[in-house]
Design a protein around this ligand. Structure first.
Ligand SMILES: Cc1ncc(COP(=O)(O)O)c(C=O)c1O
Length: 414
């Protein structure tokens, strides 16, 4: 049927955007990194403690494997959508070796970062009204990904006095007939909270009693643990959950490969197939060169992980000790990841050097950046405040300087 183009109302840039976008927020962690970058570009001495990535470079053996793959022409073409057969086999071996989990290669998907694997799973499973339980504080992307996929995030608050670990009765109360998933992340971004065996068992005991609830285990920080902490993945500790668990991991954090964008997941075959279908119609395979590099990461020498962890542990101890000496700040000592999540409740109501009264944690981080050039992320977008997140994956001297600036800022509040 013919129509006159003039009769059709032109969409404004705002109208052209999908309604679903109105439900989500941009990442607060990326926003603070951008703000710090802009101040730096303007000549300010800024220390950024916002970015969630190791400051160490990718180990040489991994880089060399990537170069060899390029030169051998192995990186030029599409690979299988769900990952190279060689890499999927290596992932299966990793799950068996490190987590005692049996996954066949057909139960494994490789994606463009763990983020894509999590997102694929949510898109593949959520119907409108489906609920996804997310312990708070949570990684900022979880609720937004759930909303984008059409589901409803349900936060379960944890408390600082419990080390930000979920009480089993709080989980029990949050489960409804509409609950489809729980996203479980230990060690956690943003708090570093890591569940010890008995604490995890208390959670998996609840989940074992609710067979309609599926478990998205985000093990991204598995290798970044300190003191005598021993890591367990949920389906490893509670085999009854195996049939309804997606175990997600990746090379970004432990192998210093955030830029390479490789993550992976293991789970029931029909779920993995559905996730691969979504990937096939959206991004196709993750970059071939990155997959060859990830293969070397998983199968090559692992000794640098312990070396990095010794440095991370020192930095964690430095941060915790110095922040607890800042007026109005209370900082628990977590056992994993590279984050601390101090409360700034004791600074709320005080007056910053600009004359601004601190009413929220966003005010705290904005005034801290302004007064002292230290960039941290406010806690509210992570679900619990007033608090802020510090990533200590940054040079030790910078970290020490940043913590003394925080002490000075807090000490100067009126
Ligand atoms: C808890 C958690 N899960 C998953 C990811 C995703 O990592 P990537 O997409 O780089 O593999 C991140 C990255 O910040 C994270 O903090």
């Amino acid at each position: 049927m013919a129509f006159l183009a003039d009769e059709i109302k032109r969409a404004t840039p705002d109208e052209v955007l999908a309604k679903s976008l109105k439900r989500i927020k941009p990442s607060a962690t990326i926003a603070v990194t951008d703000k710090a970058r802009a101040l730096k570009a303007a000549g300010r001495n800024v220390i950024g403690l916002g970015a969630g990535e190791p400051d160490f470079d990718t180990p040489d053996n991994i880089k060399q494997a990537a170069v060899r793959a390029i030169l051998a022409g192995k990186a030029s073409k599409y690979t299988a959508v769900d990952g190279l057969a060689e890499l999927k086999s290596a992932v299966a071996r990793k799950f068996k070796r490190e987590n005692g989990l049996d996954y066949k290669p057909s139960q494994i998907i490789v994606g463009t970062g763990g983020k894509q694997v999590l997102y694929n799973a949510l898109v593949a499973t959520l119907n409108p009204g489906d609920e996804v339980i997310i312990p708070a504080p949570y990684w900022v992307s979880y609720p937004e990904m759930v909303l984008l996929a059409g589901g409803e995030p349900v936060a379960v608050d944890t408390r600082m006095e419990d080390g930000f670990k979920m009480r089993p009765e709080a989980l029990e109360r949050a489960i409804t007939p509409k609950t489809k998933w729980i996203i479980f992340n230990s060690p956690s971004n943003p708090t570093g909270a890591a569940y010890r065996r008995a604490e995890l068992k208390a959670v998996t005991d609840v989940l074992a009693r609710h067979p309609h609830v599926w478990v998205m285990a985000d093990d991204m920080y598995e290798h970044l643990v300190y003191d005598d902490f021993v890591f367990f993945s949920p389906a490893q500790l509670e085999p009854r959950l195996y049939e309804r668990t997606l175990t997600v991991n990746g090379v970004s954090k432990a192998y210093c490969m955030t830029g390479w964008r490789i993550g992976y997941g293991g789970g029931p075959e029909p779920l993995i197939k559905a996730m691969a279908m979504i990937q096939s119609q959206s991004t196709s395979n993750p970059a071939a060169v990155s997959q060859w590099a990830a293969l070397e990461a998983l199968e090559g020498p692992q000794d640098f992980i312990a070396k990095h962890n010794a440095i991370f542990k020192e930095r964690r101890d430095l941060c915790v000790s110095m922040l607890n000496q800042a007026r109005g700040i209370q900082c628990p000592k977590p056992e994993g990841a590279f984050y601390v999540y101090p409360s700034c409740a004791g600074t709320i109501g005080r007056i910053a050097p600009t004359g601004k009264k601190l009413a929220t944690d966003e005010d705290f981080v904005t005034e801290l950046l302004e007064a002292e050039g230290v960039a941290v992320v406010q806690g509210t977008p992570f679900g619990i405040g007033p608090a802020f997140r510090i990533s200590y994956a940054t040079k030790t001297e910078d970290l020490e300087e940043a913590c003394s600036r925080i002490q000075r800022f807090c000490g100067n509040l009126k």
